[in-house]
Ligand binder design. Structure first.
Ligand SMILES: C[S@@+](CC[C@H](N)C(=O)[O-])C[C@H]1O[C@@H](n2cnc3c(N)ncnc32)[C@H](O)[C@@H]1O
Length: 274
């Protein structure tokens, strides 16, 4: 019989052991999950008893662990969504449903150069950093020092800070980035950043803006039209979950309704006709 050679991703023992210093998503059920750092003497106290985390060292992600009250929890490898949802926040943040559309529409991917204003809590920034790594980079501008410090902490926790340069500055005053592939705007007055972002982008570069209200979208779109952006598209992303149960599958009762409107546009060079 022919032997089957395992390729790396299919070898369940390959690099999948939990190590000291790594983060684990401790999963009890959909609503009760904890993002915990595995340290030799760390314990986490929950309402189903405490969990001694060091017993996970050397075990494979996906393993179970028992709490002191005998309840089973699961040690899962955190995804970028877990880091984003568990990040400490002091500002409005971008939600996963909107991040997905931003990725598709801008085409941001490994190797991309991204310029972002404002950083806020760094949640969108960490998603972008995860997409551009290992050869791309995110340059992110934030006017308020306390938010930059928080974003730095959140990025470090997700292991993504080396793909990001955080800059404390008012992005309206100009950006020291040129030839960026993608520009992201998430500030209250996005129209004021159209010109600086135009200068930072390469020809054909993609811009994405996040606006909580429609009047922001209107002002932004007018400014984009006046500044050589084309293919302008605004939208809202609505996600409705399903409760899947045999014979009883139906939409969830509660959902995240409004978060923000997204606007996308492409930079063109001024036409020769003037
Ligand atoms: C809604 S928050 C951004 C949230 C971020 N996208 C996230 O997912 O965590 C907007 C941020 O823009 C910053 N900001 C506003 N105007 C700015 C400007 N002109 N230059 C740089 N940052 C600015 C604010 O201080 C605030 O932290």
């Amino acid at each position: 019989m022919k032997s089957i050679k395992l390729i790396k991703g299919c070898d369940l023992t390959f690099n999948n052991a939990i190590q000291e210093g790594q983060y684990v998503l401790l999963y009890l059920d959909k609503k009760r999950k904890w993002l915990v750092k595995i340290l030799k003497d760390a314990k986490i106290h929950t309402h189903v008893g405490y969990v001694t985390l060091n017993t996970l060292i050397g075990k494979s992600y996906g393993s179970s662990i028992e709490s002191s009250l005998g309840v089973t929890l699961w040690a899962l490898k955190p995804t970028i969504e877990d880091y984003a949802l568990k990040a400490e926040r002091k500002t409005q943040v971008v939600y996963p449903k909107d991040m997905g559309m931003i990725a598709v529409k801008t085409g941001v991917s490994s190797g991309s150069i991204v310029v972002e204003a404002g950083t806020g809590s760094g949640v969108l920034c960490m998603f972008l950093a995860n997409l551009v790594r290992p050869n791309g980079h995110v340059y992110s501008y934030e006017i308020r020092k306390e938010f930059l410090e928080l974003a730095k902490k959140n990025l470090e926790k997700a292991g993504l800070s080396k793909y990001v340069t955080l800059k404390e500055a008012d992005a309206r005053k100009g950006l020291d980035v040129v030839n960026a592939d993608v520009a992201i705007i998430d500030v209250g007055d996005p129209w004021s950043l159209v010109k600086p972002m135009y200068n930072a982008l390469k020809g054909g570069g993609m811009l994405a803006a996040i606006c909580p209200t429609m009047n922001q979208v209107e002002k932004l779109v007018e400014e984009l039209k006046a500044n050589n952006f084309i293919d302008i598209e605004s939208m809202e992303v609505i996600v409705r979950g399903l409760e899947a149960r045999m014979g009883m599958t139906r939409p969830v009762t509660r959902m995240i309704a409004h978060t923000a409107y997204l606007t996308f546009a492409r930079k063109t060079q001024p036409s020769d006709k003037g």
